[in-house]
Design a protein around this ligand. Structure first.
Ligand code: NAD
Length: 270
């Protein structure tokens, strides 16, 4: 169902690879809610993913950009404003990659060049896109920027490795940049801490299935799925949440505030 929540708004969505991606579902929902959007992803994802299919569905264009490259980001914002005909009202940063996770290096024996890459792609890219937008004055007053995070930024989860550190950086950038962008331009910056969701990035984490089911059994509402995440993003892009900024917002069916559940305790009963 559409409520017209984003009617007339212009947005940039990073990170839609295939139909499982959290960014893919968000792009579809934003389009349904009346927004005009531009899609972007790393140049390599143009070959690997199906982003052109999504562009057709959302009646839009794809502008390739490596989110770690300031030049690519400048080009992205300039072209997006040209295509959409004005400043940007909302941005979704839905980007994560760790070579250490891909190669399954233990946290106590990480490759530090890979670690820097993880931090650059999954954390610093958020600062880079915000800095580029800020300098170009590319985001409208009361615009909304969201990055997707995970609870391992606060609470250790084996297997998430250096992505946990990258997410801690990401959440801190939302608070720090949120202060300056809020004061200067009333731009809102938040992170959504999403439930485990079966996507290419999610499924690449060792033990993902066990943790997915564990979270499902702990959370009173169960895990939030990709469609729920898209709905939450739309609400935060909309004018209904104008005074929400610099927050890390848990979107996890109550998992983050639940120590255990009847089901899990029963499993350990005598
Ligand atoms: N799936 C989960 O369980 C889960 C849970 C919480 C948070 N998240 C976060 O959600 C976000 C989206 O992940 P997803 O689960 O939809 O997986 P996904 O694999 O569909 O999306 C990750 C995206 O990052 C893009 N990317 C990688 N390197 C890039 C670069 N240099 N420049 C631009 N883009 C680049 C990939 O091409 C891909 O589209 C990530 O930040 C992820 O950490 C996922």
């Amino acid at each position: 169902m559409s409520y017209g929540l984003l009617k007339g708004k212009k947005g940039i969505i990073f990170g839609a690879l295939d139909e499982k991606s959290l960014a893919w579902k968000t792009a579809v929902r934003a389009h349904e809610e009346g927004a005009s959007i531009v899609l972007t992803n790393a140049p390599v994802a143009m070959r690997l993913g199906k982003i052109n299919e999504l562009a057709k569905q959302c009646n839009t264009e794809v502008i390739p950009a490596d989110a770690t490259s300031l030049t690519d980001l400048e080009n992205l914002f300039a072209k997006s404003m040209e295509i959409l005909g004005g400043k940007i009202d909302f941005v979704l940063h839905s980007i994560g990659m760790s070579p250490n996770v891909r190669k399954d290096f233990p946290y106590t024996d990480l490759n530090h060049d890979f670690f820097l890459k993880t931090l650059d792609i999954s954390g610093l890219s958020f600062h880079k896109l915000l800095q580029v937008a800020y300098k170009m004055d590319a985001i409208s007053e009361w615009g909304s920027v969201i990055a997707l995070s995970y609870i391992a930024a606060q609470r250790t989860m084996p297997g998430y490795k250096d992505m946990a550190d990258a997410k801690a950086v990401l959440e801190s950038i939302a608070r720090s940049f949120g202060y300056y962008y809020g004061k200067e331009k009333n731009v809102r910056i938040n992170t959504i801490s999403q439930s485990p969701t079966l996507t290419t990035a999610g499924g690449g984490i060792k033990g993902f299935n066990s943790f997915y089911h564990y979270a499902q059994d702990i959370a009173p509402l169960g895990n939030a799925d990709a469609g729920n995440c898209a709905d939450y993003c739309v609400m935060l892009f909309s004018d209904m949440t104008k005074m929400v900024t610099m927050q890390n917002l848990y979107h996890d069916g109550g998992f983050s505030n639940t120590l255990s559940s009847d089901k899990v305790l029963e499993y350990y009963s005598d």
